[in-house]
Design a protein around this ligand. Sequence first.
Ligand code: GLA
Length: 415
Amino acid sequence: MAKLAVCLALVKLGESLDNGLSQAPPMGYNTWNDLGCKNMNEANIKAVANTLVDSGLRDAGFVYLNLDDCWMAPNRDASGRLQGNPETFPTGMKALADYIHSKGLKFGIYSDRGSATCQGLPASLGSEELDAQTFAEWDVDYLKHDNCHSSTGPNDKDQLFKEFGLMRDGLNATGRPIFYSVCGGGDNKPWSDIKYYASDPRGGGALANSWRISSDVVEWQSCQLAYLADAELTEYGSNGGFNDPDMLLGSSDGSARSLTSVRSRSQFNLWAILMAPLMIGANIRELDAYDLATYTNKEVIAVNQDPMRKQGRLIVMNKVLVPQISTSIWARELASGNVALLFMNNLRKSSSIVCGSDCWSELPFEAGAALDVRDLWSFGPAETASAVAGQDYQVDLSSGNGKSSLLIFSARIIV
Ligand code: GLA
């Protein structure tokens, strides 16, 4: 019996990621939506590192500097190892890691489970253990592992869980805690449902620290698809890792992809409720004051990072035919006993959203309890600063198209 228990424990160890990095969603910056392939080079990465520090973003929690596709040379070296592209990264990846670490940041890198990355560069199929070792020797702190160029297609679950699993085991074997972020999809078609990365027993927290649950967020439509997919996966986000609805898009000029300012802030609000990784995907070296204010809002970040680690959920949806045209209310319960509520107006006009009985029944407050309401963007009492649990509470959103309001409801302490 004892033998059997030991065997079972060993099997379990081999099948899950054991690096202690699922305590809070990772925060940082990823190159893809900013530098793409064309501008991936050492000088730009160092400039990003400096900006993360000088802007205060690092101190706000954005510590990962993650290199996406296109850091690698077109060929492995003589010993079969991945190497940085000598033209764009002349001093090599370890030296770059040292620079990034010297700035108090963490160093992230990218590979792919297939025979090539999405941009056709060398990837990890058949070299998982060696690549994991190489990353550990470079002092890598985070790996985004993609899903392009697989031999049996992007959605062959047996194959993909096996191959992503090989990299997980390779990372485990290094003994270095490296955040493992699985980037499913591969074909990147918005109609491909990849929610199984969260729900399949071989996926979720058994596989990785985070897993993509939708295709790339490149504008508002794909952003909506991502958060709506995530709303169906609440239970998995609270279970050993994080659902990943992709990167944050800012509204600063000069970014390859962006949202309107209102929507970029709503994406930040939603990502806080959804306990999603916060990876800035904007032109960080020229981030405008508005985007900087968005990403350094400590109160919204605190919701995202809440130590209870309970992903928030969609509690009210009033849609006009499709959920993309709707008003909705989202809730996240916090360790303090307070609740963050997000009121979201996706109609094409101003609207009032009411937390009525269908909303209160989803919340942990006792009927009749007196509540204080704080607005996380005005850093003070909400326009309607108090509420009574069970009684209609109305939020007026003066414009639609993705405008939202993020409020904290807390039970008033009666003295
Ligand atoms: C895929 C991923 C993106 C990015 C690119 C890089 O499309 O989903 O996030 O990593 O590959 O080629």
